[in-house]
Design a protein around this ligand. Structure first.
Ligand SMILES: Cc1cc2nc3c(=O)[nH]c(=O)nc-3n(C[C@H](O)[C@H](O)[C@H](O)COP(=O)(O)OP(=O)(O)OC[C@H]3O[C@@H](n4cnc5c(N)ncnc54)[C@H](O)[C@@H]3O)c2cc1C
Ligand SMILES: NC(=O)c1ccc[n+]([C@@H]2O[C@H](COP(=O)([O-])OP(=O)(O)OC[C@H]3O[C@@H](n4cnc5c(N)ncnc54)[C@H](O)[C@@H]3O)[C@@H](O)[C@H]2O)c1
Length: 484
């Protein structure tokens, strides 16, 4: 098929991965096309995931602050609260975000095609608009950044009205009185805690004994305490045997025989890569066992002209990581690969409260550095800013090697944790000793003071350990002196 237009780079998908790839390519002077099947650019991150969920979270936090200060404000939450009212800020957030993306493309000369892309061969892509108009594009290189979609388990009849997934949850008109959340991963825990903060009776269920199994148990313990305080309930070690909308409520039968009834259900049991409509079989691109696209360390697929980035290549499936992968794919194409590999990926979970981690977990640190690692903890009720801001039940956990010097990991649960973690990330990346937090000045009062308290905790344990080691030698010297 003769191409209608020729490009250096064709990017399929305009989520964080595609956007950053396109931006990097245009900045590098390449002729770029970006193809998006939805009506607007931005991807899951902007339209269905990160931005909308965090906007609802901000509304929930504001309402909670107002409720806490009910003696100052004459405040009562409206009955039959419409979700769209809570999401009012979203329109302006989305508008400015999508404008920014479009502006970037205009400024740098990238061309946006709104339509569904599918491969004709390894350098040619067919774009079909909703009205059926077809355009053939040819590119020297093609970046697949088509993202992922919610996985719908066969036994759960998701109807997007009563039984919803993360794409449809925010299309609910009214806040439900009760919500069953199936899954206890990131999406489930974020939405479960946000809705319980809004007064919805939330029950979260999963086959795992606790939510967010990959996070430190101390952190998830605090998360669960908070969730329960707001009326949430977690049922672990169970599976849903059957789910149905009985005309009035969603009825869930668990495999332990328990029955749950709720107004609505959110299904959040993982996501699947968007590869099917791409006709990848015409390109020779190899897929992994779970349907994701296989890539090497430069995000190049088994077909050299095709790269893939973001959720479509599998975990960690984060907007933050997808952006960097997009940038790196283009850098590799133009022969300017980054010298540093991505060695540290911070995790930020926007539940209530936030949970965030970087580096090794305690279990990983013990496996790699032995049982003598030292752990320092800071509770936010010891931190002046925590007291002032009412952030009292948070904690920061710092893990060091057995010398009490090298920082191996930092784990935080508290409002602000997702920002605060970057201090620890930079210290690890720079190879700083824990003493960097003891010998330098930090603003006061700040939540960052928690780093100093945790480091001090490690330093105290370190000196106790050193004096224990010295004790027999000192005793020996005393004994020898007495003998003489
Ligand atoms: C509820 C929720 C909350 C999240 N919160 C966070 C968070 O707080 N922090 C974080 O880092 N990550 C978060 N994520 C994850 C984050 O959204 C994803 O990791 C990120 O969007 C992946 O980016 P991407 O570019 O790979 O794909 P996507 O953002 O999914 O974009 C892919 C784009 O490709 C388009 N597309 C697909 N197929 C075709 C085709 N054939 N032709 C043309 N276009 C196509 C799609 O329409 C879409 O616009 C969240 C996800 C969800 C669901
Ligand atoms: N703040 C953030 O960075 C953020 C927020 C939301 C989503 N995300 C990303 O989106 C991705 C998807 O999130 P998610 O919550 O859907 O996935 P997830 O992998 O975090 O959680 C999936 C949950 O479903 C359960 N599950 C999976 N398969 C199951 C099965 N067959 N039967 C029963 N239970 C099953 C798991 O036990 C787990 O609790 C994640 O990789 C995450 O990184 C990130």
């Amino acid at each position: 098929m003769t191409p209608d237009e020729l490009f250096d780079i064709i990017v399929i998908g305009s989520g964080p991965g595609g956007q950053k790839a396109a931006e990097q390519a245009t900045k590098s002077g390449l002729k770029v096309a970006i193809v998006e099947r939805e009506r607007a650019v931005g991807g899951t991150c902007v339209h269905l995931g990160t931005i909308p969920s965090k906007t609802l979270r901000e509304a929930a936090l504001t309402i909670t602050t107002l409720k806490r200060n009910a003696d100052v404000f004459d405040f009562k939450l409206k009955e039959n609260m419409e979700v769209s009212t809570l999401m009012r800020r979203l329109d302006s957030v989305l508008q400015s975000y999508t404008n920014h993306i479009s502006q970037q493309m205009d400024l740098t000369g990238g061309k946006v095609f709104l339509g569904r892309a599918s491969f004709i061969d390894e350098t040619t892509v067919l774009v079909t608009t909703v009205k059926g108009k077809r355009t053939v594009l040819q590119g020297k290189h093609i970046i697949v950044a088509t993202g992922s979609r919610p996985r719908t388990p066969e036994e759960i009849p998701v109807d997007h009205e009563h039984i919803l997934d993360s794409d449809s949850i925010l299309s609910m008109i009214y806040l439900p009185r009760s919500l069953t959340v199936i899954g206890a991963g990131v999406i489930a825990s974020e939405y479960a805690s946000i809705f319980s903060l809004l007064g919805v009776k939330v029950t979260m269920i999963d086959k795992t004994p606790r939510p967010l199994m990959f996070m430190e148990p101390e952190l998830t313990g605090k998360f669960l305490d908070n969730f329960t305080r707001y009326g949430g309930k977690y049922i672990g070690n169970v599976n849903a045997k059957s789910v149905e909308w009985n005309g009035l409520q969603v009825r869930t039968i668990l495999d332990n025989g328990q029955e749950l009834l709720s107004d609505k259900m959110l299904v959040a049991q993982g996501r699947l890569a968007n590869t099917e409509p791409l006709n990848l079989s015409s390109t020779g691109v190899q897929l992994g066992s779970n349907g994701t696209i296989d890539v090497d360390e430069n995000y190049q697929t088994s077909t050299p002209s095709i790269y893939a980035v973001g959720d479509v290549i599998g975990p960690p499936s984060l907007a933050s990581v997808s952006m960097e992968q997009g940038r790196r794919a283009i850098k590799h194409i133009i022969g300017e690969s980054s010298k540093e590999s991505i060695s540290l990926v911070p995790i930020g979970i926007y539940a209530v409260p936030e949970l965030s981690s970087v580096g090794l977990s305690e279990e990983q640190a013990r496996e790699q550095y032995g049982d003598n690692i030292i752990i320092g903890r800071a509770s936010f009720d010891e931190v002046a800013r925590g007291q002032i801001a009412g952030i009292k039940d948070g904690m920061l956990k710092m893990i060091s090697d057995e010398q009490g010097e090298k920082i191996l990991g930092v784990h935080i649960v508290a409002e602000g944790a997702t920002d605060l973690i970057h201090v620890g990330e930079m210290a690890i990346l720079n190879g700083n000793s824990i003493d960097v937090f003891l010998e330098n000045i930090l603003n006061f009062p700040t939540l960052g003071e928690a780093y100093r308290i945790a480091a001090l905790n490690i330093a105290t344990k370190r000196s106790q350990r050193q004096s224990k080691k010295l004790q027999p030698r000192i005793q020996k010297l005393i004994d020898e002196a007495e003998l003489n």
